[in-house]
Ligand binder design. Structure first.
Ligand code: ADP
Ligand code: ZN
Ligand code: ZN
Length: 738
């Protein structure tokens, strides 16, 4: 029988496996798909996973290298997670090795053993007591026996000095047969505990109706839980999780950003008496691996994390929840460009469990899945706990002067709310002082030297920043073109709005919340504490303000500019704008203080704005979905975007032209009707950070047609000589066309 050959998935951008001879001394029976193995690769040593075992290879036997060592005895991942990763690699056209590597905690990628860290505990043996003759006259040992007697389930070694004990004394007791050390998982629960720490809230009628459907179901079911902000979606998650835990199963919860939602996380910990692991960016590599293992081995009952947590293995999966399912942060924008929300649905199907996608402003993709009967829609139309919904109005700013981005009537309205002792939230989605610096004499504008973009003027310190490549320079004193002295900031960003508000309302604090002002640690926490105190004040901020928080004393939400979204070059512009408006509006108001939302616009009669302000998000979405259908845009068609960049425009274009030709040949050769190639065209920002960017869009009426093409196209593209001379990537289901 020929010696076995292993096909290894390695962290390499190449979309293929690599053949090796089995490691020396490895018995053929030990070889299994899913084991990690370390192998020589070029002049490096890499860790990969065995993806196949065969007895032949296209590599001649004399050139076949031998793998160095098997790193696991049993497969690292449960079967379902292996299948999820294989599917992800194939769907997003990414190498399996690189996909698996992105899915694993860093320490496992480096070959660390996949074993849980154990706590060491000291425990008395039966028959030990302080006056035991063997203890004799050793006071330290006697004291140790007394302390251990108070810890029948064992005392953690890490805590012994806090109890005044020494290792020597404990080891002496061990030698005398009076104490022993035991090891235990840090998530171990010594006695069965009641599941809940606090009772659930009594569901209202709508919540009950939703829960009835969720709890009665079995196997795979996808629910779109569409509930206005504050309608009690989180309470539904909690009660659905309770049901899942009662069946001894685990729940996986995806949230958009951990740092911004401490209150939500606190609600999970407060409710349940079970081990909850939270995968946040503050964990070190070891903690991350421990959490991963606790989930895989079934010790963590609830796993909460952002995007990448979708790859956490679970021993006994029971329920998946994706909160704020419309949020763009579920899409990874580089490397493996996956969408964790979509993978979550696929995973729920694979594991045959239920999935709840929650949002006040569902993505059009999810609404379309409801239309097609793939998801069941559950609606919560009322705020829980009697809070009334905010009132929406448009403020027509045509021919009104704006200062700091605000019109006079808006400033007046703010004054009224402040004088009544309330807080005002001002939303403007641009940080910095002004988006442009312009010469009033000749019209010159400050541009980035490395990008096709204008520089944003920042005030403290005064500098020009490019928000696309990060470059900065000092502010020009005179116009480089005409030497004119009259350089003026055009438009408004958060800093300018803040400045103008300070001059209008000198008696009220103005709190600015954007990436610049929140850069310092704790800045957000301090700011939130001030807002929660309820003093009348003005909050000015970007989308950082829009997520997660609840500001009960805010009674006026001012949206300075909605027009950008209506006329965006991106067909998703209106959807994003509406989601943003509703999310920001949802921060405000409570029972005794209903909120008012004022939207400044030049297009007060625009149908989409009317739908949104006079009806609701659903009405808006219906009309906009119909427009997408008429134009055959997603979710009614399917897209993949091939992006390329290099130091020279000609090189970028040459590659994309070749790619386009290749795709046309494949489509024609395989009668792939309904696949369309658009481009190549320069990217909307052609030059960024000194590199020339262009793109080719592939569109198809059917997902299967698109994927058939991609499966043939990408391997061929990878082999193309021009492919080495540019940086390129494929984005399946792109959310961002830039
Ligand atoms: P969402 O997740 O939809 O924004 P939450 O679950 O956070 O809504 O609920 C909003 C507020 O209403 C919270 O303070 C919550 O405690 C309260 N709440 C939710 N459900 C109920 C209920 N059935 N009875 C009373 N209060 C509720
Ligand atoms: Zn000039
Ligand atoms: Zn730049």
């Amino acid at each position: 029988m020929p010696a076995p050959i292993i096909q290894v998935a390695l962290p390499s951008p190449l979309r293929r496996l690599f053949d090796y001879r089995a490691p020396a001394g490895a018995h053929p029976d030990e070889l299994q798909v899913g084991l990690r193995v370390s192998v020589p690769f070029g002049n490096r040593q890499l860790v990969g996973l065995i993806a196949g075992i065969t007895d032949q290879s296209s590599v001649p036997a004399s050139k076949l290298k031998r793998a160095s060592e098997l790193l696991d005895r049993t497969p690292l991942l449960p079967d379902s997670l292996w299948r999820l990763c294989s599917w992800t690699a194939s769907y997003y056209q990414h190498g399996l090795g690189d996909t698996l590597s992105s899915a694993l905690p860093v320490l496992l990628r480096r070959g660390e053993p996949a074993l849980a860290r154990q706590d060491m505990l000291w425990q008395l043996l039966p028959g030990a007591y302080p006056e035991h003759p063997a203890v004799g006259r050793a006071p330290k040992q006697k004291e140790a026996v007394q302390v251990l007697a108070k810890h029948p389930h064992g005392l953690s070694h890490a805590l012994i000095s806090q109890w005044g004990l020494t290792r020597d004394a404990l080891e002496a007791l061990e030698r005398k047969g009076l104490a022993q050390r035991i090891s235990q998982s840090p998530h171990h629960v010594s006695e069965p505990q009641p599941l809940l720490k606090e009772p659930p809230l009594q569901p209202n009628t709508e919540q009950q109706a939703a829960l009835d459907r969720i709890l009665a179901a079995d196997g795979f079911n996808a629910w779109l839980l569409e509930g206005v902000t504050g309608s009690g979606k989180t309470e539904i998650y909690l009660q659905a999780i309770e049901h899942c835990l009662q069946q001894q199963r685990q729940a996986l919860v995806l949230i958009p950003e951990i740092g911004l939602t401490p209150q939500t996380l606190e609600r999970f910990r407060r409710r349940f008496n079970v081990p909850v692991v939270i995968l946040h960016s503050g964990l070190n590599d070891r903690e991350r691996l421990d959490a991963w293992i606790a989930a895989r081995d079934g010790e963590a009952s609830i796993v909460i994390g952002t995007r990448s947590a979708i790859f956490t293995p679970l021993a006994r999966p029971g329920l998946i929840i994706v909160d704020e399912e419309h949020d763009l942060s579920y899409k990874q924008q580089d490397g493996l460009r996956y969408n964790a929300r979509d993978l979550a649905v696929y995973r729920a199907h694979l594991e045959q469990v239920g999935i709840i996608l929650g949002s006040a402003t569902p993505s059009f993709e999810s609404l379309h899945n409801v239309q097609r009967g793939r998801y069941q829609r559950l609606r919560l139309t009322q705020r829980a706990g009697n809070a009334s919904p905010p009132r929406f109005q448009c403020l027509d700013i045509r021919s009104r002067p704006l200062e700091g981005g605000m019109s006079r009537p808006l400033i007046q309205l703010m004054g009224e709310h402040l004088r009544q002792g309330n807080q005002v939230l001002v939303f403007i989605n641009r940080r910095g002082f002004a988006p442009t610096l312009m010469c009033h004499d000749c019209g010159w504008m400050a541009e980035c030297r490395r990008c096709d973009a204008r520089m944003t003027l920042h005030q403290s310190p005064a500098q020009l920043h490019c928000h696309h490549c990060g470059s900065q320079r000092s502010v020009d004193r005179s116009c480089p073109k005409c030497q004119g002295q009259d350089l003026r900031p055009i438009g408004a960003g958060t800093e300018r709005t803040e400045e103008h508000l300070l001059s209008c309302f000198p008696d009220f604090p103005v709190l600015r919340i954007d990436r610049d002002s929140m850069a310092r640690k704790q800045a957000m926490q301090n700011m939130l504490a001030r807002i929660q105190s309820g003093e009348p004040c003005l909050l000015v901020g970007t989308q950082m303000l829009a997520k997660g928080h609840h500001f009960p004393d805010v009674t006026l939400v001012a949206i300075l500019d909605a027009d950008g979204g209506l006329f965006s070059a991106d067909f998703r512009g209106p959807e994003r704008m509406a989601q943003m408006i509703i999310q920001v509006a949802g921060r405000a108001g409570r029972a005794d203080k209903p909120g008012q939302v004022m939207i400044q616009t030049h297009m007060a009669e625009h149908q989409l704005l009317l739908d949104l302000t006079e009806h609701d998000y659903s009405r808006f979405a219906e009309r906009e979905l119909a427009a997408r259908q008429a134009a055959q845009l997603p979710p009614y068609s399917f897209m993949a975007l091939l992006r390329a960049e290099s130091n020279a425009a000609a090189q970028t274009n040459q590659f994309l032209d070749a790619a386009c030709e290749l795709a046309e040949q494949i489509a024609a050769g395989h009668q792939l009707d309904g696949v369309e190639l658009l481009g190549p065209v320069p990217s909307p920002m052609e030059r960024r950070a000194g590199r020339y960017r262009a793109q080719l869009l592939v569109m198809a009426g059917q997902r299967s047609g698109l994927h058939q093409l991609l499966h043939m196209w990408l391997p061929a593209l990878e082999q193309h000589p021009l492919a080495r001379r540019v940086r390129w990537s494929i984005d399946v289901d792109p959310l961002d066309m830039f």
